[in-house]
Every structure is written in C-alpha cells, then in structure tokens.
Design a protein around this ligand. Sequence first.
Ligand SMILES: NC(=O)C[C@H](N)C(=O)O
Length: 331
Amino acid sequence: MEQKKLLLLSTGGTIASVVSESGLVPGESGEQLIQMMGSLPYQIEVQDILNLDSSNIQPEEWKLIAEKIYANRHNYDGIVVSHGTDTMAYTASMMTFMLQGIEIPVVFTGSQVPMNVALSDAPDNLKLAFVAAARLEPDIYLAFDGKVMRGCRSVKVRTTAFNAFESVNVPVVAEVTSDGFEIKNKRPRPQATACVLNTNIDTNVSLVKLFPGFDPKLLQAMVDNGCHGIVIEAYGLGGMTFIRRNVAAAIGDLIRQGIPVIAASQCLYERSDLTRYEVGRQALLEGAISARDMTSESAITKLMVGLGQGMDVDGITAFFNTDIAGEVTIN
Ligand SMILES: NC(=O)C[C@H](N)C(=O)O
C-alpha cells in the first residue's frame, strides 16, 4: 500500500520551545520536531510557517494558518499543525469556521513539555496527530494525550498536566487503547462540497465573564469603544443579575443598538437554557442569543465570523441557531 503523504505546518508553542534567558521560547524547526519524534510509516513533509508562543497567535495568524491549510489541502492526505496549547482551542475552533467543508483531516497538536526534554509528552502527541491525520475523516481535530477530539469542541482545562484538553459536550473521536488507534465516534460527514476559505472576520468583539457586582454600564463602554458584539459567560444555565445592576436591561439596550449579545455559561459542561429561570428569561426577552452547549472558544470565534459576513442581530441569531460545523447541539 502506498504511504500516506502528510504535511506538518509548524507554528511554535512549547512543543518547539528551547530554554532562553527570558524563559521558554519557540526555537525548534518542524524538521527538528520530526527527527526527535521518531519514525512513522508516512511520507512527511514540513513547512515552518510561524515561530510563536500561542499567546501571541491572533487573528492575523489565524488567517495565515487557514491560507496555508487551504493552499496545501490537495497535495496531502492530511495536515498536522503543531501549535502552542494556550490558544490552540481558539485556533482549532476558528479553523472549523474558516475552512468549512475541508476535504482532508487537519489535526492540531502541541505539548506541555518541550520536545527536546526527556519524557516529554511531545513525541506521543505528535505521533498521535499524524496517525489521526492519516486515518480520520476530513474535519478539524485536536490530538492530545491519547485522545483526538473535534477542534471546535475542545477546551484547555489544565495548565501543566499532560491531560490538558477535554472534549466538551461531545465524546472524543478517537483514543489510543491497547488495541491501538481506536476510532470511537464518527460524525456523519456533511454532504461533500468543495472547501471554501473564508477569512473575513470582525475581531471587534468581547468575551465577558459575569461576576457578582459586575457593572452593566461596562457593556455600553465596550460598545462606545468600538465593540460590535459580546459573548457573556453568564451563571449556570444562563442566569444574569437584574436587581440593582440590571445586566438583562443593558443587553436589551445593546441589542436595540444593533449589537448582538450571546449568552454562554461559566459552567464548562452541558448547555445554557435561558428559558428555565426568571434570571435567564429576562435576558432572553431582551434578545440575548443562547450559545447552547458551545464552548466559549467556539462562541467568540463564531461571532467574529458572523459579524465578518456583515450579519445584523437577526442574522447572528439565525447563525447561532444553526449548527454550522458540529460546534453546537441544536436539539
Ligand atoms: N504548552 C504550551 O504550548 C504553552 C505555551 N505557552 C503556548 O501556548 O505556546
């Protein structure tokens, strides 16, 4: 059987980091990562596209990563993107929206310990990402610590432990077991259409975590300073304060100005449901849009994409009521 042809796009992160006087900094090339990883039965090519800690990866870098994936997608059976872990869930979520209908598997990975350190988690994570890129259905994935999950459902939940990522509200796609690479949950592939690269995003958005005492006037201050849409991480099922500090009323004011407000939850697991409690219904009546069971990473990137297409509040509401790429459970 012919060997699968895979591409590594390296962007930096801890996986590629070396010790410096100013702390860990990305320093290894993609080729060096492949050499330290050990051999795999694939034909692997490498492109170094960035050399950044992922705290420095921003919308400009998302566009570059999306363009590189798009440009190379017909030349390879799968693509692995090595990336810092800190913002990897944001990048993987955004790639899901920017590269809808991608024709090959694209797998993000990184590590908690640099590749050049003995007993690092990097070789196993990188190997897993290549196996996933060779074996899975086309989609955007994140591979880490023996698990492969959908990019737009992944969240970084630990700062240092190897099991740093979790698949939130959907089961993992594949796992390493004593049987090898076990594919556990195949998502029915949406009708095959050609991938469309869409990097038009509006980054003038904000993600706000509610806390007792939050002054809702700050929401208007954001809008006065150029914010076009807000995701609020509310309490539990989506509850928002309305006595003394009326967050729900402030949301209504914003919506009447044409600013969409998405209500997500501070709870990592399960869904938002604004209909259950009075503290949710008030916000719903004012026009808040539920993020349902989306991660905050997916909600904020989806909002950027919707606004980038010129959608108004009604358009964003319909967009969030639609499952674009498996990022949300509608029913
Ligand atoms: N483990 C890591 O990769 C963390 C690093 N600061 C990064 O996100 O680039």
